[in-house]
Ligand binder design. Structure first.
Ligand code: DC
Length: 223
């Protein structure tokens, strides 16, 4: 089988990560979570400075960070920074609140893109993000754009939180989702765009299994 790159882009809550992980496990690909790298850099800057300010700029220590990701056979993606496992730490709300300035920065994006491209030289990958098919791998073997209406994405997030036993304000979640859509689409570099040659899948009326089967079918065809 030849080495392939599958790019999965789409807005927050479209199911990119859950679906990509399952496709990876079922078809023996490595899953790469590009958002976790932006989260890791945000974590590092918060550790270093205590906050992320508007005058943030890329510094040498960021360029020297040893960020690694490991995908386990049972579908878990583990991220570490200079040997510290940050998998859980980077899911903190504080990271989400500070990530915008970091992921808007052109030098950060170039650094992350270099890392992602280096990893792609080694194994067959399925990678999710916002600009994977448009900027990072414009020549990806398969590009998917996963979408769902804001109402459906809100519903999914609320369900996830409830399953974790957390109290949620549905209106607030919806507001956050719409805000993130705008941030993602307006980013000066690496904005969320639907590549012309991406397969568009609106998952609003599909369950997760249906989405997984659809993508597996597409991957099997190009392998
Ligand atoms: O996928 P996620 O929610 O973990 O992503 C975290 C943040 O990183 C999100 O605000 C968008 C940004 N991101 C990005 O700018 N480019 C990517 N390829 C992936 C994520």
């Amino acid at each position: 089988m030849r080495k392939i790159v599958v790019a999965v882009d789409g807005p927050a809550g479209s199911g990119k990560s859950s679906v990509s992980r399952r496709v990876a496990v079922d078809l023996g690909l490595t899953y790469i979570d590009s958002g976790a790298i932006y989260r890791s850099i945000t974590w590092h800057v918060l550790q270093r400075d205590g906050s992320v300010t508007q005058d943030f700029s890329f510094t040498d220590d960021i360029g020297r960070l040893d960020i690694t990701q490991r995908f386990t056979p049972d579908g878990v993606s583990l991220t570490s920074v200079d040997g510290t496992d940050v998998t859980v730490l980077i899911r903190d709300e504080l990271i989400a609140r500070n990530i915008g300035i970091i992921s808007d920065n052109r030098d950060v994006r170039n650094f992350v893109n270099g890392l992602l491209r280096k990893w792609a030289g080694v194994k067959s990958l399925i990678m999710d993000g916002r600009d994977i098919g448009s900027v990072v791998f414009p020549d990806a073997d398969l590009k998917i754009y996963l979408d769902a209406s804001p109402a459906v994405r809100t519903e999914r997030r609320v369900k996830e939180y409830k399953e974790l036993g957390k109290n949620v304000d549905e209106n607030l979640i919806k507001k956050q989702i719409i805000q993130r859509d705008e941030q993602d689409k307006r980013r000066p570099f690496g904005a969320l765009v639907r590549a012309d040659d991406a397969v568009y899948i609106d998952t609003s009326h599909m369950n997760m299994e249906q989405v997984i089967e659809r993508i597996k079918g597409l991957v099997v065809k190009i392998r």
